[in-house]
Design a protein around this ligand. Structure first.
Ligand SMILES: Cc1cc2nc3c(=O)[nH]c(=O)nc-3n(C[C@H](O)[C@H](O)[C@H](O)COP(=O)(O)OP(=O)(O)OC[C@H]3O[C@@H](n4cnc5c(N)ncnc54)[C@H](O)[C@@H]3O)c2cc1C
Length: 439
């Protein structure tokens, strides 16, 4: 029996240090420079954040998303879940610990599929926190269904030439390089005819058409631009992985990215929940706190239950990855479900937290406004909820069989008949016994 929900004392000590560090050091940076976490800091900010990053590195907590063989600390996904939960309330949290999206997913695939030269040029500076990267997959005319992508890359001598358009390439304006997914063979299935390329941001032919922002974000918030690739020429060694391998690589990246998002979703829901409880105990109505009202109690109990179930599910999925399952079918099913739960639990809990704060909750004077802004995004980024419902249901159904005939296998009349046949002697004795009693 190896079910154990405890955290080993040494790591619990690290988590305690993180909680204090996030509260005392990360939160003030967030308040003053809320939209600077995704760009190389100018000198005045470097002076503030470099010593903080150094403290994280000194504790051995930097870039924990990768295993030691890939240049990271190798803590595994369970520990990363516990860490991400603490970091998630703050945009600066992941950056100061070297685990910010979209860079973690990008680093993971370069680590898995990159050549030695690609790792030196792109992975190492990413892991050192010296630069940022972007993932350029979604297109203006297609997102959830990648088989509809049209951006293409053609061989020209030893080079590749990329032509097409992409949309919502997050942080492209501050990224040093992009990972671009492009069609390299339109004669085969899209699952085998697309490839990934590492493309430096300053390559001629790249135009940022518009710096699209996520809803409600200010002009210095993260950009999600529409990009035009117009005959963008990159050398042959820019190919990431093998030609035609883009789908497999994207699956690795998105699976990792989705479970990391789910870990952060737990932390964001918990942050909103803690605010909700504090407010319920502080705000009064009539002769007592609103925490005495049954409908407020319902909001608290429901939220607690949802977060606890979600956290355990995310941790178990992380544990399965750590057990060496990688991103197998079973884990992909769990990740699809974690993606659904992220959207649902964050929405439910943040909505209740906003509501219980009344007008203040709808204002820009609490962190709830930003958490609420994230709600629609949770249902869309890394694929819309519906696509994950389909994936989850398909995978779940693979473990089930149709009934052999018209009636379900649990149809009670047939099962009763079989039970009667099996216990015919006992039933006959029962009948005789009952007849005797009525004599
Ligand atoms: C904040 C944010 C950051 C992002 N960052 C990046 C990034 O860095 N790089 C990148 O490449 N992309 C990025 N994206 C894009 C994201 O991956 C896509 O938005 C997502 O895949 C959905 O594609 P779409 O927006 O084109 O929606 P569509 O494909 O147009 O889908 C729209 C709607 O149609 C319905 N629908 C679609 N498919 C199905 C289906 N199979 N079954 C049932 N209903 C369906 C759903 O209601 C869905 O919401 C980001 C998105 C957001 C919101």
């Amino acid at each position: 029996m190896a079910w154990d929900f405890s955290t080993e004392p040494e790591f619990e000590e690290q988590l305690a240090w993180m909680r204090a560090f996030v509260r005392d050091e990360v939160a003030p940076v967030e308040l003053l420079w809320p939209h600077w976490h995704h760009r190389v800091p100018p000198p005045f900010l470097k002076k503030v954040v470099d010593p903080l990053k150094q403290q994280v590195k000194d504790r051995g907590l930097w870039a924990c998303h990768l295993g030691p063989e890939l240049g990271g600390q190798g803590y595994g996904q369970v520990k990363l879940s516990l860490m991400n939960e603490i970091l998630a309330p703050y945009q600066w949290g992941p950056t100061l610990f070297g685990v910010q999206g979209p860079d973690t997913g990008n680093a993971e695939i370069i680590a898995h599929y990159g050549t030695a030269e690609q790792k030196v040029r792109y992975l190492q500076p990413l892991l050192d926190g010296e630069l940022f990267s972007a993932f350029s997959m979604t297109e203006p005319q297609a997102g959830a269904d990648p088989t509809l992508f049209t951006c293409r890359a053609e061989r020209d001598g030893g080079d590749w030439v990329i032509t097409g358009e992409k949309f919502f390439t997050s942080n492209a304006d501050h990224a040093a390089f992009f990972i671009v997914m492009a069609v390299t063979d339109s004669d085969v299935s899209p699952y085998k005819g697309m490839s990934m390329f590492l493309v430096p941001r300053d390559t001629p032919g790249i135009t940022i058409v518009r710096l699209t922002r996520y809803m409600g974000e200010p002009d210095d918030g993260m950009d999600h631009p529409h990009i035009r690739y117009d005959g963008v020429r990159v050398p042959g060694d820019s190919l990431l992985g093998e030609e035609g391998e883009a789908f497999v690589i994207a699956q690795t990246r998105l699976s990792g990215g989705r479970i990391h998002h789910a870990m952060r979703a737990v932390g964001q829901a918990q942050y909103a929940f803690d605010m909700m409880c504090e407010r319920a105990l502080s705000r009064r109505s009539g002769s007592g706190p609103i925490a005495d009202k049954q409908m407020v109690q319902e909001a608290i109990a429901e939220s607690y239950a949802e977060i606890e179930q979600f956290r355990l599910f995310v941790l178990r999925t992380a544990w399965k990855i750590d057990q060496g399952h990688g991103y197998t079918r079973e884990v992909r099913r769990e990740i699809a479900v974690a993606k659904l739960l992220s959207a649902k639990v964050v929405r439910n809990v943040v909505e209740r937290a906003v509501h219980i704060h009344g007008a203040l909750g709808t204002s820009d004077e609490t962190p709830l406004a930003r958490l609420w802004q994230l709600v629609p995004g949770y249902g869309i980024w890394d694929g819309p909820t519906e696509a994950h419902v389909t994936t989850a249901a398909r995978q779940i159904l693979k473990d089930h069989e149709p009934s052999p005939g018209v009636w379900p296998t649990q149809w009670i009349p047939a099962r009763t008949e079989a039970a009667r046949a099996r216990y015919a002697d006992a039933l006959a004795e029962q009948a005789a016994w009952a007849a005797k009693r009525t004599e």
